[in-house]
Design a binder for this molecule. Structure first.
Ligand code: HEM
Length: 260
């Protein structure tokens, strides 16, 4: 297996690891965004809280989550190492940006943007992930009328086994869900305007990072054909540079407006 270690030590091998882990993180972002969009449903958080229980209790997803944490850390610290290596190799900086010829320039900016995203992630995990896992997240009881679909909810202070309990009260024809209320943690968190500003600025950094990173990953993978280059660029800019960051940014803004 000597060729593997030789390849991974080569400059293309090092970049390939960044590209592959980056593309994996892009797919995570799509899944995360799709799940989070349930925050915008007008159901008091029932769909989102049910989804959060599934994501944190399903054994396969839990397993993938540990891989995700490892890949985020690897991508961040390997990326910073490559930026430093790149800087050492070319200590005299370019006077001006000169397109693709100037890889040092983009590597440095990718490093700065990546560091902003890493700082955002630390704050973000503290805001929600840690509160859900280790904090005192409240419980809410939802009642969904099975005839009309109407949902009502109120705080629940009793005890339940685990994060969620669900059953049908046949006499009243309602489905009752008692669940750990991550929705209210998110809604309360975004009452703070300064946190919303940090999130929106971070989504701008994410946008620029993904526009460059997405096409750069395909270039490293050797995909270089007239027909595909335009498609990759359009997906990079349109989906990862515009749609995804804007939809993420809408969430904190939505809750800030809802709370005021
Ligand atoms: C701005 C809108 C966002 C909201 C409202 C949001 C919300 C949440 C919530 C509620 C959690 C904890 C529950 C869970 O584990 O699923 C979470 C976890 C997480 N978020 Fe976000 N998120 C946002 C954006 C992002 C972005 C842009 C990234 C990446 C750059 C990100 C990365 C993560 C990661 C890595 C986790 C841990 C996932 C896991 O444990 O499997 N989030 N997010």
């Amino acid at each position: 297996m000597n060729w593997i270690s030789t390849f991974l030590k080569s400059s293309i091998g090092k970049k390939l690891l960044m590209g592959l882990t980056g593309l994996f993180l892009c797919t995570f972002l799509i899944v995360h965004l799709t799940g989070n969009l349930q925050l915008l449903k007008h159901d008091g958080g029932l769909a989102f809280n049910t989804y959060a229980v599934f994501m944190t209790t399903n054994p396969l997803i839990k397993f993938v989550s540990y891989g995700l944490y490892a890949i985020i850390l690897f991508h961040a610290f390997w990326g910073l190492y490559l930026v430093m290596e790149n800087k050492k190799a070319r200590p005299v900086q370019y006077a001006a940006y000169n397109g693709n010829a100037n890889s040092n320039w983009s590597s440095r900016w990718m490093g700065v943007l990546g560091t902003i995203i890493l700082a955002f992630l630390i704050l973000h995990m503290w805001n929600f992930w840690a509160q859900y896992k280790f904090g005192t997240t409240p419980y809410t009881q939802y009642e969904r009328n099975l005839a009309t679909g109407e949902v009502t909810f109120s705080p629940f202070t009793g005890e339940i086994a685990g994060k969620m309990e669900k059953y049908v009260d046949t006499e009243r024809n309602v489905e009752i869900t008692k669940v750990k209320d991550l929705y209210s943690v998110v809604a309360d968190g975004f009452k703070a305007w300064w946190l919303v500003i940090i999130y929106v600025i971070s989504m701008a950094a994410l946008s620029f990072h993904l526009v460059h990173g997405f096409s750069s990953a395909f270039q490293t993978l050797g995909v270089n054909h007239k027909k595909y280059n335009a498609l990759i660029k359009n997906i990079g800019v349109g989906v990862f540079g515009i749609i995804i960051p804007i939809l993420f940014a809408i969430m904190p803004i939505y809750f800030l407006l809802l709370n005021h």
